[in-house]
Design a protein around this ligand. Structure first.
Ligand SMILES: Nc1ncnc2c1ncn2[C@@H]1O[C@H](COP(=O)(O)OP(=O)(O)OP(=O)(O)O)[C@@H](O)[C@H]1O
Ligand SMILES: [Mg+2]
Length: 268
């Protein structure tokens, strides 16, 4: 007979797997969208190109005209295959997200240190994959013996991922105009009274006053197109404050770095 403990362990493993696959699926969506969009844009460019060729038909020898048309047709077919298979991959990803998000908004007993660790490294590796010249030393400090905590793992992991992504970007961007600079991110999870404090501190570029003020505004971003949409912190605040009844504190100095801390009440 399965003991309660074994059942719990099994559930925990499934939950962890769900969180992990949701995180990966979410990360894959963006590059896939790029693939699909660029194939569509390229198809439009081919139409433009065909028009130009048609306008100048009389200047091209018959043979060249035919060959050119064949090449354009082949290119169009290839592009439509790229878009088609890209869409297929996207729909598979959406399926994974639906399954792993099945129990949305559900509070589950969670090992918060484990969750934070998992998403800190997921973010780090995603950043390494995207920016070849990204590197940073990650310091981790997880308090021993913390109790399992009732949180919405799906959401809390999203919040950790958002803030860690921002920290990675901030240190990476700072390396662009500094020499003798060692990018560093320090992560800690601690119990403080009846709360748990999750802190992510970076020695990146920091924020100016305007950014601090607009930080939580939807679509406020200082990043170039493709690297940020300006939604991360708004979503994060919703998760920490509304869903978990906690709060977010931050400290930031331009050129020095930024620390974000989630303070979440430990529920019985
Ligand atoms: N750790 C940080 N260091 C420096 N600036 C930060 C940091 N975290 C957030 N910011 C600033 O706050 C802005 C808003 O952050 P937010 O996470 O909401 O959006 P984003 O990271 O730009 O885009 P998205 O998260 O939607 O991909 C960022 O563009 C950046 O200017
Ligand atoms: Mg962000």
């Amino acid at each position: 007979m399965e003991t309660l403990r074994q059942q719990l362990q099994k559930q925990e493993k499934l939950a962890a797997l769900g969180i992990l696959s949701a995180g990966i699926a979410h990360e894959i969506q963006n590059p896939l969208n790029f693939v699909i969009n660029f194939s569509k844009v390229s198809d439009k460019l081919l139409n433009d190109l065909t028009e130009i060729v048609e306008d100048n038909e009389d200047k091209l020898p018959e043979d060249d005209r035919e060959e050119l048309q064949d090449i354009v047709d082949d290119l169009k077919e290839n592009l439509s295959k790229i878009a088609e298979h890209g869409e297929r991959a996207i729909s598979i990803i959406r399926g994974i997200l639906l399954v792993s998000r099945g129990k949305e908004n559900e509070f589950l007993p969670t090992d918060v240190c484990k969750l934070v660790k998992e998403y800190v490294w997921l973010s780090y590796h995603a950043m390494r994959a995207n920016q070849k010249d990204f590197n940073a030393s990650i310091r981790e400090d997880y308090e021993n013996g913390l109790p399992m905590m009732m949180v919405i793992p799906q959401d809390l992991s999203r919040a950790v991922l958002n803030v860690m992504n921002n920290a990675c970007y901030a240190v990476w961007h700072k390396t662009k105009n500094r020499q003798d600079y060692q990018p560093e991110i320090a992560v800690s999870v601690k119990k403080t009274g009846d709360d748990i404090a999750i802190a992510i501190a970076d020695n990146g570029e920091g924020m100016n006053d305007e950014t601090k003020q607009k930080l939580y505004d939807n679509f406020f971003t200082t990043k170039p197109i493709g690297l940020g949409t300006g939604l991360g912190m708004g979503i994060t605040r919703d998760i920490i404050e509304h869903k978990h009844g906690g709060r977010i504190a931050f400290e930031s100095t331009e050129g020095i770095g930024t620390t974000f801390t989630f303070i979440i009440p430990i529920k019985k």
